[in-house]
Write a protein of this length. Structure first.
Length: 312
């Protein structure tokens, strides 16, 4: 496999103008087409950003994407299958099935996290990128871990944020979160926005509160990009039926870092600790008061970790 592209020096005090592409589409799997967007110079280090459950690529704040690009990365963000402007999968998932999967009595799903990892590799293929740095949050962290396990020669470095290994005894969820996750989705935009406000207050970072106007705008944009209730259920089932990756993670040799917050109600901080413990040489950054979001106040911290990990 060809070596990764030469690393560029980190940006100096004067941040250059970052080139942002239009939203583009890439056929990556049978019947699946991903919507994606890039930031920065294609000659810089490729950095693939993988979002979590039900989150479109716009949840990767352009401010963070431009900051990462200024540090010498060619940043790629995309809508996962069943999200935003990307293609929809098939397969009916009921809430009864989710409850069974949550209890461990159901182990099959319309697609798996490995399938979603294959989607991400398909996007890299479309862009002509042989090897990339990868960063994922929550479900996205599970996907980038799966990428590193499946094709380690194509993953230059891994940053897993507020995620877990798939082992059921770590990374558990606050019992108050599941009912909110599986509640029927609102078809009305304003109702969706109000529900999102309540949900992000539940799982957000108490030490780094986000302005309500920002959350409203983010929720409205998410609704406008297209909400697939069935798609979110399919993604949830992929998460609930994921394998325990602990043993496979122990075989990874690329640089890795794990970021997790002490106030995470969606994925308990034990999931981050277990991930870092499983990957040899992984850096672990535990942030006091961080919940299950990426507050703007932490963008510099995240960008520094990504650059530091890639440079290892």
């Amino acid at each position: 496999m060809p070596a990764s592209r030469p690393r560029k020096a980190a940006a100096k005090a004067s941040t250059p103008v970052v080139v942002v592409s239009e939203e583009l589409r890439a056929p990556v799997n049978t019947g699946i087409e991903l919507c994606y967007q890039t930031f920065g110079n294609p000659e810089d280090d490729p950095l693939l950003l993988v979002m979590g459950l039900g989150g479109p690529m716009t949840w990767w704040d352009p401010q963070l994407c431009k900051l990462l690009a200024s540090k010498g990365f060619f940043v790629i963000r995309f809508d996962n299958r069943d999200t935003g402007h990307s293609g929809r999968d098939r397969g009916r998932v009921t809430r009864t099935m989710l409850v069974r999967a949550f209890s461990g009595s159901l182990r099959s799903a319309p697609y798996t996290l490995t399938d979603m990892a294959d989607d991400a590799f398909g996007l890299l293929d479309h862009l002509g990128i042989d090897r990339a740095n990868v960063m994922g949050v929550s479900m996205g962290g599970m996907i980038v871990q799966s990428m590193a396990i499946a094709q380690p020669d194509r993953v230059a470095s891994v940053v897993s944020i507020m995620s877990t290994t798939g082992r059921r005894t770590v990374g558990w969820q606050d019992p108050r979160v599941l009912p909110a996750l599986i509640a029927p989705r609102q078809r009305d935009r304003e109702a969706y926005v109000e529900r999102s406000l309540r949900f992000w207050k539940m799982i957000g970072s108490p030490a780094y509160p986000t302005e309500e106007d920002f959350t409203r705008e983010k929720a409205g944009d998410t609704f406008d990009r297209g909400i697939s209730s069935s798609g979110i259920l399919r993604q949830m089932l992929a998460i609930l039926t994921q394998p325990n990756r602990t043993r496979a993670l122990a075989g990874l040799k690329m640089p890795a870092a794990v970021i997790h917050g002490t106030a995470d109600r969606m994925v308990h901080v034990s999931g981050g600790r277990a991930t870092a413990s499983a990957i040899p040489g992984a850096e672990l950054l535990i942030i006091e008061g961080m919940g299950h979001d990426l507050p703007a106040a932490l963008y510099d911290t995240v960008a520094d970790v990504v650059r530091r990990t890639a440079d290892r």
